[in-house]
Design a protein around this ligand. Sequence first.
Ligand code: GDP
Ligand code: IMO
Ligand code: MG
Length: 427
Amino acid sequence: MAIDLLLGLQWGDEGKGKIVDVLTKKYDIIARFQGGPNAGHTLEFEGIKHVLHTIPSGIFHPKAINLVGNGVVIDPVIFKQELENLKPFDINVRESLLVSRKAHLILPTHRLLDAASEMAKGKAKIGSTLKGIGPTYMDKTGRNGIRIGDIELSTWKEKYALLRDKHLAMIDNLKVSLEFSIEDLEAAFFDAVAYLKAAVSFVDSEEYLRVAQQNKQHILAEGAQGSLLDIDFGTYPFVTSSNTTAAGACTGLGIAPNRIGEVFGIFKAYTTRVGSGPFPTELFDEVGETMGRVGHEFGATTGRARRCGWLDLVALKYAVEINGVTQLMMMKGDVLSGFDELKVCTAYTYQGKTIEHLPYSLNADEVTPQYTTLPGWKEDLTRMRNANELPKTFNEYVAFIEDFVQTPISIVSVGPDRSQTIFRSPE
Ligand code: GDP
Ligand code: IMO
Ligand code: MG
């Protein structure tokens, strides 16, 4: 049975959590494959909004198994809080939530290192979520990391102490003023590790998925962040520290490339970015301000205001190609209601020439977007539930994108709630 992937195609926060929740009824297993608590995936149904950071977005479906794969990095303190938040919903997490023994642990000193390294960078800072993501993946690739499987061994605290001391020396070296109590941080960390051990099941996830595939189970891999934050293909160095693209699902779960089925690519009808880094179609005017206000564009993890701008089709096409997207899902079309005209970026002027691909650098002094203007729509989309209710100019906007990126848009989302989802092709 092929494994389907669901990925963000922009700079994250496209609405992945909502769509995974909508699609989960068709799947037996939902698996996160990279990232960590830098992610904030929002789900809304029955009047309640839920934000998940580490736990896959299928957790509210009683029959689904939710797996945190080997490619994910886990902060036990945040994981514990997420589990506590689930308590009122009567979910049997011991059975429905599995964690790979090969997933790496975020230590308190990884978080401190993240903060110290951002402080040391000054104006050049990445705008990290400060969850310790970069330092944890550095220790993973540097072969110093601590994995979930290690906490089942009696010797792991010695390994922990060695790594902590190394981190403390590194923080010292950065010569920034960072106040913390390592004793308090460690107390919360060890308490959360013990909680986690008792609350969820640790598994050899690649073997679990192999058997699941053999038993013809339906598996959906849930991406975090977005393609433009990919460590290799994003706007480096203003990226996260994992492969957010389709290839990351292979290494982050142990899936062979020839087992991948559908690749669902999620994008917003406009563009947002949180944190630093280039953003060619960013708007600094009333239009951008309106998108942010109507779209409630504040980070689900950090609460920071998201930068807003027009849809960048050059970047979207790049993401579609890098990932092999087979179906697109367009989110937040409702936020664009009311504009007379909408712009979409269809080429860049790069070093004086017109180009239609993503260049090496997207820096503002080198790249100017070239726009095509399309008519807007006035109708409120949020109450619409069927494709035949959608306004003509909205359909034209959708058709223009499909034509540009040569990929069908199978779902349009018209609000944050589960029910505000319109299937354009049969389910
Ligand atoms: P994720 O990280 O990709 O899961 O996305 P986030 O949860 O960080 O951000 C998406 C935000 O948009 C959340 O607040 C969602 O509730 C909201 N949202 C998702 N789809 C829609 C939509 O179609 N319309 C509107 N107005 N909001 C949406
Ligand atoms: P979801 O899964 C949006 C951004 C940060 C920063 C950069 C590096 O909710 O879409 P990191 O903490 O990873 O070192 O930060 O990446 N970033 C996200 N932006 N959505 C996310 O996740 C993000 N995860 C990281 O703002 O610019
Ligand atoms: Mg998010």
